[in-house]
Design a protein around this ligand. Sequence first.
Ligand code: FAD
Ligand code: NAG
Ligand code: NAG
Ligand code: NAG
Length: 439
Amino acid sequence: MKVLISGVGVAGPALAFWLAKAGAHITIVEKAPSLLSNGQNIDVSGTAIAIIKKMGLMDELRRLNTREKGTRFVNHTGCIFASNPITPGQSTSISSEFEILRGDLAKMLYEPTKSHPNITYLFNTTITEVLSNDEHSVKVKLSNGDEAEFDVLVAADGQWSRIRKQHFPAKDLKLLDTNMYCVYFTMPRLPGDSDWWTVHVAPGSRIVTTRPDSHGTYRGMFTHMPTTAAQKQAWQAAATASISFSEKDNNSNNISNEQYRRKIQQETVKRTFADAGWQTPRLLAGMSEAQDFYFQTIQQIRMARWSNNRIVLVGDAAYCPTPLTGAGATLAIEGAYVLAGELSRLRDGEHPVRAFEAYDEVFRPWVDTKQMFWQWAANAAHPKTGLGLWILQAALWVICKLVKVAWVVKLSGADASDEVEDFKVPHYPKFDECEERKY
Ligand SMILES: Cc1cc2nc3c(=O)[nH]c(=O)nc-3n(C[C@H](O)[C@H](O)[C@H](O)COP(=O)(O)OP(=O)(O)OC[C@H]3O[C@@H](n4cnc5c(N)ncnc54)[C@H](O)[C@@H]3O)c2cc1C
Ligand SMILES: *[C@@H]1O[C@H](CO)[C@@H](O)[C@H](O)[C@H]1NC(C)=O
Ligand SMILES: *[C@@H]1O[C@H](CO)[C@@H](O)[C@H](O)[C@H]1NC(C)=O
Ligand SMILES: *[C@@H]1O[C@H](CO)[C@@H](O)[C@H](O)[C@H]1NC(C)=O
């Protein structure tokens, strides 16, 4: 079987790993010139951990842990009023036991596949056109000018998948807007910085946080839920800003669209957060200097169908749950495993549609449960007024105290470890027969 994957994020390399194990030949294209190292802390939990164990990568996952001690909340002046440490073996903490930087996770999955004889990585390459997608094959044209024919084309190109946009009807896509925006960046670590995820909730629906990382630097994040129509308009415009023709004409510095968008986004952040208190001035300065500024519109992707003939979606392209659920990477790893597993069950030359149907049947109910999140939780975390802020602070304080009490842990069912297999994957003979083989 010849498979073309678009996107070297989390889902792409994980899928390539398992497909190669099943005997497929894989080409994987990525639009960025090299592996993207950006992104912040993400969680990996449940069955995804079991899959990583099967890949022989558990030691790597442990080694790359950000070693965050837990989450704590500070007020305007930096006084800590509630804290929630990580307890190994329990999921009561807001920080996960397997907290890893997105870039580290992508690299961890890429490394064991990069020199596999049956996997070819092409960076700085995109699919410019799908020439045909029929009974016999899917034919594509790549940006390097090559034309090639495959049995399957997988879109692992993230939340704003181009393949999804071009090859799935718009009516199949449901976008759930959470009215929330996140901005991530890396900054230098200073002597007094802590190993906790430190959260400052400011009125006006603003959150400012800092987190440790395993690279000797420090991670800043702003999140905002616009409270007025004007704010919403400004943030939405920043998300999609691009140079207009008239601006291009007086564009004396010749900046690229991406640089222009970044400039608009940072100006919007600065305007909104100027008076948010705590370490905000330091973070705003750090943001301007950062190499890896990343602005994310928090919208959930729900697709009525995950495949169209020989084209199939995996990871965020199919079911981006948003960071509010902490499940994006977990679903990408699990989805890649199930999709590869179902493809591995096909007979020689069989049309992949049967595998795609099984992938949908096995995995969709699990995705549905993971995609559920409570908008009120996001709203509650972003209070608009001083009173709302006071209520939130009191509630956080109570929650942090409660989770320390064992019986509450038991009662709430939160005593399950992050390592417990929560989604039962089917048995795929090709993956289970030679477990200790490593590439
Ligand atoms: C730079 C970056 C930073 C992120 N930071 C965070 C974070 O801090 N917290 C968080 O919760 N989630 C973050 N995410 C999202 C998170 O990675 C996903 O939710 C999850 O890991 C699922 O991964 P995925 O492989 O489906 O998608 P992604 O990790 O988004 O990977 C998609 C890949 O496809 C590539 N791509 C896109 N379009 C094309 C194209 N046309 N042709 C070829 N390749 C293409 C992208 O460059 C990217 O490498 C980030 C994603 C990216 C790309
Ligand atoms: C990426 O490819 C384009 C042409 O497709 C080329 O102009 C550019 O130099 C390449 N960039 C890198 C970093 O290889
Ligand atoms: C911050 O918390 C400290 C300790 O609880 C308190 O003394 C101080 O008044 C608080 N400051 C603000 C601005 O709320
Ligand atoms: C690569 O694919 C060929 C079949 O085309 C197979 O015989 C070989 O074992 C594969 N290599 C690896 C390392 O899986």
